[in-house]
Design a protein around this ligand. Structure first.
Ligand SMILES: CC(C)(COP(=O)(O)OP(=O)(O)OC[C@H]1O[C@@H](n2cnc3c(N)ncnc32)[C@H](O)[C@@H]1OP(=O)(O)O)[C@@H](O)C(=O)NCCC(=O)NCCS
Length: 145
């Protein structure tokens, strides 16, 4: 369904063959006084979504060290079903950088999909002392695919 908010946008689909890290629907408590969803709420969900592949790759705890970029390309509305896709784009000595893309299914899950947000965050693998630790070699991780 085309709405006034996205009438000018080409139709979008959810990325094929990819699993979102997170799917969540914002509630009225997540909205600002204008009725749109708070940017800070979206940032929190993006941070959680990005931390999931980083945690798997680090095989343990990570801390967010940097938000390298963040683009709120389209507004998010209460009742949108948001899907957060996260891909590791760089692994350093102790750091893992992740791109996160967020898509909204609007209008009660009809085929009205809009890419709303893209961001890049860097996480650092940390030990129980909260200090950086080396990201383990890939071959030492247990594959779950
Ligand atoms: C995360 C933390 C343990 C890292 O310790 P640190 O001594 O600052 O880390 P370092 O300077 O050794 O850098 C660690 C890695 O982060 C990278 N890094 C540092 N600053 C960065 C920046 N601005 N952007 C991207 N990467 C950065 C470094 O390049 C390094 O990566 P590499 O080992 O792959 O080369 C520490 O900064 C910290 O505790 N920060 C608070 C984290 C937090 O509370 N986050 C919010 C809640 S999770």
């Amino acid at each position: 369904m085309t709405t006034p908010q996205n009438a000018a946008l080409p139709p979008t689909r959810l990325p094929e063959g990819k699993m979102p890290e997170l799917r969540v629907m914002p509630a009225p408590a997540d909205a600002n006084v204008y009725g749109d969803v708070f940017g800070g709420w979206i940032m929190a969900q993006v941070d959680i979504a990005g931390s999931l592949p980083a945690t798997r790759r680090a095989n343990g705890r990570v801390a967010t060290i940097a938000v390298n970029s963040f683009l709120f390309k389209q507004p998010v509305f209460v009742g949108d079903l948001l899907s957060f896709y996260a891909d590791i784009v760089r692994v350093g000595n102790t750091s893992i950088t992740v791109n996160v893309e967020v898509y909204a299914e609007r209008n009660r899950l009809q085929a009205d999909v809009v890419k709303v947000t893209e961001a890049q965050l860097t996480y650092v693998a940390t030990g129980p002392d909260r200090k950086p630790r080396q990201v383990p070699p890939l071959e030492t991780l247990i594959h779950r695919d």
